[in-house]
Structures are given as structure tokens and as C-alpha cells.
Design a protein around this ligand. Structure first.
Ligand SMILES: Nc1ncnc2c1ncn2[C@@H]1O[C@H](COP(=O)(O)OP(=O)(O)O)[C@@H](O)[C@H]1O
Ligand SMILES: [Mg+2]
Length: 233
């Protein structure tokens, strides 16, 4: 297998939710390789299992069976403490709703992630400032989320996702809640970050424009990757 394919390797991933007597087979043997520096878009109908897949990729949940390997290291076999460390140091999450803490400023919201991972406050704040400048928010450092526009909040969320230099940013419908123009600005930012930082992104999206710009778009159907809508599988 080439080096590119070996960055993130998902093999035969199965996730079944058990709810009383109901068993919901969401992922049914999903296999997928993600290259370093790739922007991968995942599309699929509502309920197809896209969010479930992102949670498993980021160690927020564990699969029923199958593996998720980052450069050969299977995160599904990590213990709770190791998994916590993996999540905070190696993965950045962006959700549809920003999940920023309203009582904290933009700067604090970004810096907290660094502090949780063990960085001293001053270093975490310096890094947060740099990232917020990077996403064009140098004039909003001390604003709290209610005083920011929707697009600005998602830019803060992106900066927060990047604070620990993650290997991968997992974004679940990051522009699903934004108007077209604001969405495009956030998409521009994602591409800019990929160009400048070589950042790998896995993005679940319903946005055709974003999917079109990605290196590859794959569709989740019946618990598996059905086909590459664009790019190689
Ligand atoms: N914690 C859970 N318990 C039971 N069922 C769940 C849970 N999380 C998701 N599901 C079910 O799994 C299916 C896939 O959900 P999800 O991954 O959120 O889909 P998508 O993000 O593609 O819309 C849905 O039928 C959903 O109801
Ligand atoms: Mg979802």
C-alpha cells in the first residue's frame, strides 16, 4: 500500500446500535483510506451514518468491530486515557453548531483546547491569537460568541479545532447552518488552511459547492462507501 493510503485506514468498520430490542446496523463493513493533506467530502442521505463514521474516526465512540488506523496505530484498541489523549492532541472537531462556550471570549474558546492538552496559559493564548489572526478574526479576539456572526463563530470553531496541530480535522456539516455567502467564506478558509498548513480534512456535507471543491467525494450508502462521486475511491 502506498504511503498516502496509509495515513488513515478504516477497515471493515461495523457499528450497530442496540436500543432495547432494536438493533440498528449503521455501518456494515466500511472500508476507506484517507491520504495526508487530503480534503475528503462524505455525502449521503440523512441517517446514512455519516456522523457515526466521524465519531468513530475521532475516537468519540467505539465500533462494534473493525479498525481505524492512524499511520498503522489502531485507535479502536486504545484504553480510555489513551483515547482521551489521542482526541485532544491529534483530532480537531468542527460541528454544525459551533459549541463555543458563550461566557468565554473567542481567544479563550480557542486557547482552552491547548490548556486542556497541557499547554501553559500564555503559550495556549499566543497560539490561539495566531490562529484567530489566521482565520481573519484579529479584530474579534475579545468578543464573546453571542457578539459574533454565524460565519465568525464557525471560524472560531475552526481555529479551536486547529489549536493542537491535529493530524486531521473532522467536520460535521460545518456550513450546514450558514447562508451561501458565509458558507463560501468558510470553504475558502478550509482550502486556504489546507494550502498553507497541509491540513487533512474529512468533511461531512450537504453542500454541493464544498463537495465539488474537495479532492474526493465519497457517498455512504447501506453502511458502506458506495462509490467515489468524484476523485478516486
Ligand atoms: N447513540 C445512538 N443510539 C441509537 N441509534 C443511533 C445513535 N446514534 C445514531 N443512531 C442511529 O444511527 C443512524 C445513523 O445516524 P447518523 O450517523 O447520525 O446519520 P447521519 O449523520 O448520516 O445523518 C440513524 O438511524 C440514527 O438514528
Ligand atoms: Mg449527521
Amino acid at each position: 500500500m502506498s504511503d498516502r493510503a496509509a495515513f488513515i485506514d478504516v477497515e471493515n468498520l461495523v457499528k450497530t446500535f442496540v436500543d432495547g430490542d432494536d438493533r440498528i446496523a449503521v455501518l456494515q463493513g466500511l472500508t476507506l483510506s484517507i491520504a495526508r493533506g487530503e480534503v475528503l467530502a462524505i455525502v449521503g442521505e440523512s441517517g446514512a451514518g455519516k456522523s457515526t463514521l466521524l465519531h468513530l474516526l475521532g475516537g468519540l465512540d467505539t465500533p462494534t468491530s473493525g479498525s481505524v488506523r492512524f499511520e498503522g496505530r489502531d485507535i479502536t484498541s486504545l484504553g480510555t486515557a489513551e483515547l482521551d489523549l489521542f482526541r485532544s492532541e491529534e483530532v480537531g472537531f468542527v460541528f454544525q453548531f459551533h459549541h463555543l462556550m458563550v461566557e468565554f471570549t473567542a481567544l479563550e474558546n480557542v486557547a482552552i483546547g491547548g490548556m486542556v492538552a497541557g499547554a501553559p496559559r500564555a503559550a495556549a493564548e499566543a497560539r490561539a491569537r495566531e490562529l484567530l489572526v489566521n482565520v481573519g478574526l484579529e479584530a474579534r479576539l475579545t468578543h464573546r460568541p453571542p457578539k459574533l456572526s454565524g460565519g465568525e463563530r464557525q471560524r472560531v470553531a475552526l481555529a479551536r479545532a486547529l489549536v493542537n496541530d491535529p493530524r486531521v480535522v473532522l467536520a460535521d456539516e460545518p456550513t450546514g447552518n450558514l447562508d451561501r455567502k458565509t458558507s463560501e467564506a468558510v470553504h475558502d478558509l478550509i482550502w486556504d488552511l489546507r494550502e498553507r498548513l497541509g491540513q487533512t480534512f474529512v468533511i461531512v456535507t450537504h453542500n454541493a459547492g464544498l463537495a465539488q471543491r474537495s479532492d474526493r467525494t465519497v457517498e455512504l450508502v447501506d453502511g458502506r462507501i458506495a462509490a467515489a462521486v468524484s476523485g478516486a475511491v
